[in-house]
Design a binder for this molecule. Structure first.
Ligand code: PMP
Length: 421
């Protein structure tokens, strides 16, 4: 079975709506390395879209899944519960940065976590409105598409979306949006769209993922918290992409003084197994009545076992520290490349949530074309990178935080060549 013959079969058997980035097919993977059907090897800086902070098949994650596999694989937690779900909730409650005692509920996908955070916020406040941000990404279900602040390709043809959702501006220095502009856009929503006392929650990514790794300035989070407190609005931090050591802390919100009321998480929570969660203030989490939350597979035992191992690995291998270190080295390479690569418009990082943004040096406009060229060059050299950004002109780096030092250095050399060739 070659990559070529699989490509032919894929086009026949699956809809074009499921866009596929790579023309090769996975055969096996280990930590930061992925091998395809034709025996080619790539260094994986996509990591299943930010899922593999602990790498492909971390031995402790694999062992935990294998052990659970021998016990039971599914009971539906709401029918026959199990201890591992409770102890995982306890571990997250201890560490999630919210005020006072916390509670956690598990789901399966990131979108589902966001859906449930919205349900919980509405149940608690008894209000309908939700404010999200331009450039934000929250998932592909109807509600999360309504929240998502990028039309093509996500929303195209799928409306109408659930109502009572409004978009404010996310601060973005490079694109001329100040914190003051962003706050003004919220005031405008309160004037033009919905009264503040009808808003249940403001949801934001502390570092926008798909939107381009844009980092919320501390003064913006401070002002949002104040606004929420003034009007009885809940603050939801969507940490589906930024969580689990990627930014140098377990949660990106730990970089800020202020706390969110609810935090959504998924992706690297379970090292490749489908698991998501909403954690938050216990009083808020308890708003929905019994039976109001859940799902057949929510908190699947294999995924929960994997998540326990992921938390162990993050602590024992000091992955938060490693995220800061690796991020620093990468930023150094990117900043040095600026001297000879006029396309680089910006380099930004919170730990290992690192991105580089490209403009056309002639026009100053976002250059998706140059971004594509860099991705293509890197892949030809054996490095799989991902783009992001509202204009598709940003490259994000999502290497496993467990990547061996020598392999990381090798990847940095490819990145350097791709930018300075
Ligand atoms: N929120 C954020 C911040 C995300 O980055 C994503 C996925 N890219 C989601 C939600 C949706 O997660 P999922 O694809 O698991 O539904």
């Amino acid at each position: 079975m070659s990559n070529e013959s699989l490509n032919q079969r894929r086009l026949q058997a699956t809809p074009r709506g499921i866009g596929v980035m790579c023309g090769f097919y996975a055969e096996r993977a280990e930590n930061a390395t992925l091998w395809d059907q034709d025996g080619n090897e790539v260094i994986d800086f996509a990591a299943g879209i930010a899922v593999l902070n602990t790498g492909h098949r971390h031995p402790r994650v694999v062992a935990a899944i294998e052990k659970q596999l021998q016990a039971f694989t599914h009971t539906a937690y709401q029918i026959v519960p199990y201890e591992s779900y409770i102890s995982l909730a306890e571990r997250i409650n201890e560490r999630v940065p919210v005020d006072g005692p916390a509670k956690t509920a598990f789901f399966t996908t990131g979108a589902e976590a966001v859906e449930n955070a919205v349900k919980i916020a509405r149940a608690y406040t008894r209000r309908p409105g939700i404010i999200a941000f331009g450039g934000g990404f929250h998932g592909r279900t109807s509600m999360t598409l309504a929240l998502t602040g990028k039309v093509a390709p996500y929303k195209t043809g799928f409306g109408p979306f659930p109502g009572s959702v409004f978009h404010a501006l996310y601060p973005n220095q490079l694109h001329g949006v100040t914190t003051a502009d962003a706050l003004k856009s919220l005031e405008r929503i309160f004037k033009a769209d919905i009264a503040a006392d009808q808003v249940a929650a403001i949801i934001l990514e502390p570092v926008q993922g798909e939107g381009g790794f844009n980092i919320a300035p501390p003064e913006f989070i401070g002002a949002l918290r104040e606004l929420c407190d003034t009007h009885g609005i809940l603050l939801i931090a969507d940490e589906v992409q930024s969580g689990f050591a990627r930014t140098g802390k377990l949660f990106a919100m730990e970089h800020y003084v202020q706390k969110a009321d609810l935090i959504t998480m998924a992706k690297s929570l379970a090292g490749g197994m489908p698991l998501s969660a909403v954690a938050g203030r216990a009083d808020v989490m308890d708003a929905p009545a019994p039976g109001g939350l859940g799902g057949t597979y929510a908190g699947n035992p294999l995924a929960v076992a994997a998540a326990h191992a992921v938390l162990d690995v993050i602590d024992d291998e000091q992955l938060c520290e490693r995220a800061r270190e690796l991020g620093m080295h990468l930023v150094e390479v990117l900043n040095k490349a600026r001297a000879v690569c006029p396309h680089i418009a910006g380099v930004r990082a919170q730990g290992s949530m690192v991105a580089v943004e490209f403009n056309d040096p002639q026009t100053g406009e976002p250059s998706a074309e140059f971004t594509r060229q860099v991705l293509e060059y890197a892949l030809a050299e054996g490095l799989l990178l991902l783009s992001c950004g509202v204009y598709g002109n940003v490259i994000r780096f999502l290497y496993p935080l467990t990547i061996p030092q020598a392999q990381f250095r090798q990847a940095l050399e490819i990145i350097d060549r791709a930018l300075t060739r």
